[in-house]
Design a protein around this ligand. Structure first.
Ligand SMILES: [Zn+2]
Length: 417
């Protein structure tokens, strides 16, 4: 089989064109999910696909599909893509790179007259970021589960606008797209994305061969002490919830990550009551964001947090309660697809390394539906969700080339039977 070379110049020009939709003066992108700008980007993508003869579909979650037919179109499609929505002060590569690289793959196959066994589809998932409407990865979750999350109709953005209304308007804005049912079977899924972290850049690697996405568990820790006068209460009589919380957080930071390089622990939110300068706090609540590639290790970390918090709280005369507020299991990608991605990088002599994703991606949900994998490329200084997010042109082109080669190889392996 021949592996055609993608048109890097065309891909870079497309990235520029899409970056102009919702482009910010600082060079970033503000293209919130289901906004007017998001609809404009979807319309441009649909138009580019239709011009090449690809069929355009959308489902009830406004996931957008461009289908390049294969020899046998009764086979489930192989999906490649990412998302087009952005953070409010987002970068021009997060999501757009994987989506437009997927278009480049379809066009390259078209340019070279390559006939695949079954269809390949580009997908642009709806609302991956979750910054306008929570939660994120909305479209891929709906696709993978075949159903909308409960209560989604009542979801509002920061201005009180309903998700359901914006979804309907976004679907209506693309009348040329053919409606399709939710949750169709797929042969597999590969997503190219920027790393959003510093590992590839630090190690001089061009391609990240992603083995999975680490799991995330959120805990809400509440410390109950006793409100008392700051000046008249001696040390022995103080049940200071803040002093206990500070000790717990300091101990966790000193133990969890130093003991396990794969563990991540972040306390990102803390509230205390009553919150007066001269009053000993009676209650402190703080969040813990725990992440690890291994689900058993997340359980172990939670046990460790609970034991340590209980011990420190009781020595400080306080009570502690811990509640899970979110739990997303790690995703493990398909070994065959991981090897295919690595092989594609090696054949082009692109330095690569295997890694886990620290961030959520739509591939997390797609891994529940079928074989999935991801390709990462470096981003400058590991920066993302930032208007200065930058990927070197040769890194963009390398990532898209690996996506193209890996997709063709996956078609051979998964669809030749
Ligand atoms: Zn993204």
């Amino acid at each position: 089989m021949t592996f055609p070379v993608i048109d890097g110049g065309r891909l870079l020009a497309r990235l520029d064109a899409f970056a102009a939709i919702g482009g910010t003066p600082a060079g970033g992108v503000n293209r919130p999910a289901l906004s007017v700008e998001d609809r404009a980007a979807r319309a441009l993508l649909a138009g580019l696909g239709a011009a090449r003869g690809f069929s355009v579909f959308q489902d009830a979650a406004a996931n957008l599909f461009l289908r390049r037919a294969g020899a046998d179109n009764d086979r489930p499609p192989f999906l490649i893509g990412s998302h087009l929505d952005s953070q409010p002060t987002g970068g021009r590569f997060d999501g757009a790179l994987g989506t437009l690289a997927a278009l480049e793959v379809l066009e390259t196959l078209e340019d070279n007259g390559i006939v695949t066994a079954g269809p390949i589809e580009l997908v642009a998932w709806t609302n991956e970021e979750g910054s306008r409407f929570s939660p994120g990865a909305f479209g891929s979750q709906v696709h993978a589960t075949g159903a909308f999350p409960s209560g989604w109709q009542d979801t509002l953005d920061g201005n009180g606008i309903r998700l359901a209304d914006e979804l309907a308007a976004t679907l209506a804005a693309l009348p040329e797209a053919i409606e399709r049912p939710l949750g169709r079977p797929v042969t597999g899924y590969i997503e190219l994305h920027i790393e959003q972290g510093p590992l590839l850049e630090r190690q001089g690697a061009l391609i990240g061969v992603v083995e999975g996405i680490q799991g995330t568990r959120w805990l809400e820790v509440t410390i109950a002490g006793q409100v008392a006068h700051a000046g008249t209460t001696p040390l022995a009589a103080r049940r200071d919830a803040m002093a206990v919380a500070a000790a717990i957080i300091a101990r966790l930071q000193a133990t969890v990550m130093p003991a396990d390089a794969d563990a991540r622990l972040t306390v990102g939110r803390l509230t205390l009551a009553p919150g007066a300068v001269n009053v000993i706090p009676g209650e402190v609540t703080f969040s813990i964001d725990l992440r690890h590639p291994n689900g058993d290790q997340i359980d172990r970390l939670e046990t460790e947090v609970a034991a340590l918090a209980t011990e420190i709280a009781s020595s400080g005369g306080c009570r502690v309660s811990i509640r899970r507020s979110m739990d997303v299991a790690p995703a493990r990608f398909d070994d065959r697809l991981i090897d295919i991605v690595q092989g594609a990088a090696e054949k082009r002599a692109f330095p690569s390394r295997r890694m886990f994703s620290g961030a959520f991606h739509d591939a997390l949900f797609m891994a529940r539906l079928g074989p999935a994998a991801m390709i990462f490329v470096p981003c400058r200084d590991g920066l993302s969700h930032n208007e200065t997010e930058f990927v070197e042109p040769h890194q963009v082109i390398a990532g898209a080339q690996v996506l193209c080669d890996a997709t063709l190889e996956a078609m051979r392996v998964f669809q030749s039977r």
